[in-house]
Design a binder for this molecule. Sequence first.
Ligand SMILES: Cc1ncc(COP(=O)(O)O)c(C=O)c1O
Length: 376
Amino acid sequence: MRLRDPKEFRELVPATKRYIYLNHAAISPTPLPSLFEAYRYLYEISNEGSIAANREEADELFRIRKNIGNLINADPEEISLVPNTSYGINIVAHGLDIKQGENIVTDSLEFPAVVYPFLKLSKKGVKINLVKTNPYTFEEDILSNIDKNTRLVAISHVSFNTGLRVDVKKIAREAKEFGALVLLDIIQSAGAIRIDVRELDIDFAVAGGYKWLMSPQGSGFLYVKKGLIEDPPFYGWKTTTEYLRFDPTNFNLEKGPRRFEIGTIDIAANLALSKSCEIISNNMDLIENSVLSLSQYAIKLSKEYNLEAITPENKRAGIVVIKLNKAREVVQQLANDNIIVSPRGEGIRISTHFYNTEDEIQKTIEKIAKLASYSN
Ligand SMILES: Cc1ncc(COP(=O)(O)O)c(C=O)c1O
């Protein structure tokens, strides 16, 4: 599908008919082509059972891995399907064999899914350096905390509660000089802006599919650069090469991406994700340009209405956070008017995907300004 205009896609997102939906950083409404892909599979299973499942998996899910790989410039062999971001981060946390005395650098702006998996490692003497930071000095704060004992830097590409788009290349360059690896949570960037794991020079990337990738909950992927974590932290029946022999007396460690897929995965959800990735990859310029232009518009309008957007304008992606007291009440009042946003960080988070319109942003910010003046 080649789109000439975001409007063509908007028609494929039923939620846009009823809501001003600016909450893609929480959960995206599933667009019809991705929904139909999941539905097609479930329908085939309903009619044919294992015959349909075996047909879909005959290529080792290569088609799904390829579409996801295309989106982030990774080889299909580097893409494993995981049920959520947290699971993928745990694979890295427990797969790297991080030793006592080594440290992990992460920070206070992260979503807990990026931080908590490492806390378990602190029990064996790994130091978790939770750098206290803010959206304006983020890179410098992280860089000044990387040292020769740093094994991993674990950060998000786009911050869920400030909208900051991190200069990952800068951090990765320095991390490499100290011999540290970089794990990037891309759930708030993948699908909204272009991602190239080779250009960013990162080692691991992980994302659930249900935000900017507009896919069902339960879909998701982990990118592991070739040569890393060859021995996965958990073994399951699919971690062996000849897994379809079902022979518990014979185990031969799988080398491909299936080594991280310990058991049955959600095929329907991941087929939808694969479809979304295909559509997004084929229209990446249009999508990125539109996402960036709409978030810029939201920042510009906030200023015009005397609201403070804490998202750095020149380092943004699709999230804009407007500083506000009583954000929860205001978000509820907006929802009563079918305007869907979230309270996050220091205020209200507006997350516009490429098929939103300036008119929707205008209505939302105007209303926020009005409600804010009542509630302050
Ligand atoms: C940066 C970030 N990481 C992870 C998640 C969610 O993690 P999971 O996919 O494990 O539910 C969110 C959800 O808001 C997030 O914003």
